[in-house]
Ligand binder design. Structure first.
Ligand SMILES: Cc1cc2nc3c(=O)[nH]c(=O)nc-3n(C[C@H](O)[C@H](O)[C@H](O)COP(=O)(O)O)c2cc1C
Length: 187
């Protein structure tokens, strides 16, 4: 059975990202799914203590402790996130910063937390309130590309959804069609 990780980065309970996450989870029926609903999780960001440059893993014992093995065992990672100030909202950024332990395991300790030969794929759905403008998704795109590289997962597509102030993402026909197409591709 394929293993999928769904990351919902919105702090809003029934917002756009939550609706899209639930839609995707339904569509992936039959897969073994880990739902990282960040709003409901308690964890901190990286404190640059240096532990992971000498030891494999992270010294902070919170709800992100098991994410290293979950990403390692995953086949698919799908991230659904709102855009904040053209970038990544803080809780997702905090989670990504904790992936520094993966970076150090690969390049400092040369004992990777992630099996680098395993084939993994995924996509991202980024959701913004304003009408489309040039820089709207850029900061978040850069961060997500680095994140997927760190978990050795091919990021096959970024779906960008603008203007949720007027049209909820769930009612955006073009975006939903893109999501359906990517789910079919990723199965
Ligand atoms: C702190 C904050 C910053 C935001 N920054 C942007 C922005 O830079 N560009 C934009 O188009 N929308 C911005 N928005 C609007 C959100 O991206 C939009 O409401 C999105 O649909 C929220 O997703 P959610 O419903 O999944 O929480 C911002 C919202 C908040 C709360």
């Amino acid at each position: 059975m394929k293993k999928a990780v769904i990351i919902n980065a919105s702090p809003r309970k029934n917002g756009n990202s939550s609706q899209i996450s639930e839609y995707i989870i339904k569509k992936l029926e039959g897969m073994d799914i880990t739902y990282f609903n960040l709003r409901e999780m308690e964890f901190t960001g990286c404190i640059d203590c240096g532990y992971c440059s000498k030891n494999r893993g992270c010294v902070i014992k919170d709800e992100l402790q098991n994410m290293y093995s979950i990403f390692d065992e995953s086949d698919i990672t799908i991230t659904i996130t709102p855009i904040y100030f053209d970038g990544t909202p803080w809780k997702l950024k905090a989670m990504i910063d904790r992936m520094q332990a993966i970076y150090n395991s690969k390049y400092t300790l040369k004992d990777s937390l992630i099996d680098r030969s395993k084939k993994r794929r995924g996509f991202a759905v980024s959701i913004a309130g304003g009408p489309e403008y040039e820089t709207q998704f850029q900061g978040n795109k850069n961060v997500l590309e680095f994140m997927y590289k760190s978990i050795n997962t091919e990021l096959i597509e970024h779906i960008n959804v603008s203007d949720t102030d007027h049209v909820p993402a769930y009612e955006n026909k073009k975006a939903m069609a893109e999501i359906d197409m990517l789910i079919d591709r990723i199965y």
